[in-house]
Design a binder for this molecule. Structure first.
Ligand SMILES: [Zn+2]
Length: 451
């Protein structure tokens, strides 16, 4: 049974409407949610007895929170979290392309974008002859666009309840499940003070449910400071103010989670960083005839092999601001040469350059690129690196980690929740040293594990 809940009142009336017998409880009916962020409830039953014995993980993403912002802007709450537990002072490596949806879905699946299918924020699937775009609610909520097993679906499939508060992809049914609780994304309201606070209130309300019902994984998404970084640039006063605001939000959340008294691992990450755009637009159709191509941003979809080869040759030595590859020849370290959704040929920026296939339509005036951008190769553009802070009962105290790829978070988070992850692109070994049990299976000797 699936209910669209608007908080206590709506749930109570639904309860009456379905005529549950006296004493029969509907899971989640007592959650005192903040009406500013209503949640949809999917009844998956109670946490299994094994799930009830596990700790809790609250995973927070701050969009575009560059790896060096916390130190630069003296983000006291984040730095305190890292000092209490672990953090990555030199940043965490996003997967290519360093864009929002691809990396949020990598964090929760352990798969590179070419494997989970979100190869960009907007792309064409030539086999389906359909487009995916993050502003297209129909596509975003359609599970058929996504591959892999997101952490919430993994948990639900193993008897553990979950909640997602605006995490990208969490409104779709993927790998057979939606989260037990999830929110509908509304771009008009999601960054208001009321809805930012409501994420904290809803998380706490869910954690106050009876043990059988409360979610053990809560994934929370905030769109700041990405927005300010784009509009004003990473070093602007507006961006620094957004960094301070989000640090304050983490501080409030941490205090609220501590007050529950539950054993909660709090993990705060970002999807990618932000760079000042260098120069003006680089427009690909000035170098190559793209008349027979479909495009999405700088992604190029040729209809015939002849067209693809021709445009590859035309772009090959066209500009020092990008390199071009046939799809199958994209360098292995980018993990971006297997999925046709990436197009063919594939254009990769050599720095923080704003690349597009076409300029504005005839008669429309062109506008300079936005101040800040991301999406670049994090090996070439260090400003793309993301943030990582975590502390809690499963995490060692006062340790730093060298930059690591974000595909490794999945096995690490699954381990903290006692879940067995499917095969993925990451490894528990990378972050095992940050875990109090060293990443050992229950009953497994730590000594054997570390040998
Ligand atoms: Zn962005």
């Amino acid at each position: 049974m699936r209910l669209k809940a608007m908080g206590r009142v709506a749930l109570a009336s639904v309860l009456l409407a379905v005529g549950l017998a006296a004493g029969q409880r509907l899971a989640g009916q007592d959650a005192a949610l903040n009406p500013a962020l209503p949640l949809t409830h999917v009844d998956h039953g109670a946490n299994s007895p094994a799930a009830q014995r596990q700790h809790y993980v609250v995973l927070v993403s701050l969009d575009g929170f560059r790896w060096d912002y916390a130190v630069r802007d003296k983000a006291t709450h984040l730095l305190a979290l890292g000092k209490q537990g672990v953090w990555a002072p030199d940043g965490m490596l996003p997967s290519y392309p360093s864009l929002t949806f691809p990396n949020h879905f990598t964090i929760v699946t352990g798969l590179y974008p070419e494997h989970h299918g979100l190869v960009a924020n907007s792309f064409l699937d030539t086999a389906r002859q359909e487009r995916y775009g993050i502003a297209d609610a129909k596509a975003v909520t359609d599970g058929s666009w996504y591959s892999g097993t997101p952490l919430w679906s993994l948990a639900e499939s193993q008897g553990m309840r979950t909640a997602c508060l605006l995490w990208p992809g969490s409104e779709a049914e993927i790998a057979g499940f939606r989260p037990t609780w999830y929110a509908r994304f509304d771009g008009k309201t999601e960054s208001t003070a009321a809805v930012q606070q409501a994420r904290i209130d809803d998380a706490v309300a869910l954690l106050k449910l009876p043990a059988a019902e409360r979610p053990h994984l809560i994934a929370i998404y905030y769109s700041e400071p990405d927005h300010e970084g784009h509009m004003f640039g990473p070093d602007a006063a507006e961006t620094r103010a957004a960094v301070a605001k989000m640090d304050g939000m983490v501080g409030k959340l941490k205090a609220a989670l501590d007050a529950t008294g539950l054993p909660i691992d709090l993990v705060v990450v970002s999807d990618h960083g932000m760079a000042h755009v260098e120069g003006g637009w680089v427009t690909l159709d000035q170098f190559a005839d793209l008349k027979d191509f479909e495009t999405a941003g700088a992604l190029l979809y040729g209809k015939t092999e002849e067209d693809r080869a021709r445009v590859y040759n035309q772009l090959k030595k066209a500009s020092p601001e990008f390199v071009v590859y046939r799809l199958k020849n994209v360098p292995a370290q980018l993990n971006y040469n297997q999925n046709a959704r990436a197009g063919d040929p594939v254009v990769i920026a050599t720095g923080a350059y704003a690349i597009r296939a076409h300029g504005p339509a005839a008669g429309k005036t062109d506008q300079a690129p936005i101040a800040g951008m991301h999406g670049f190769d994090p090996q070439k553009v260090a400003e793309m690196k993301a943030s990582f802070f975590a502390a809690g009962p499963d995490i060692v105290e006062g340790k730093t980690v060298a930059p690591f790829e974000n595909v490794n978070l999945y096995a690490w988070l699954a381990h903290m929740l006692g879940l067995t992850p499917p095969k993925n692109d990451g490894s528990l070994n990378v972050l095992a040293g940050t875990l109090k049990d060293g990443g050992a299976e229950p009953g497994e000797s730590l000594e054997n594990k570390t040998k």
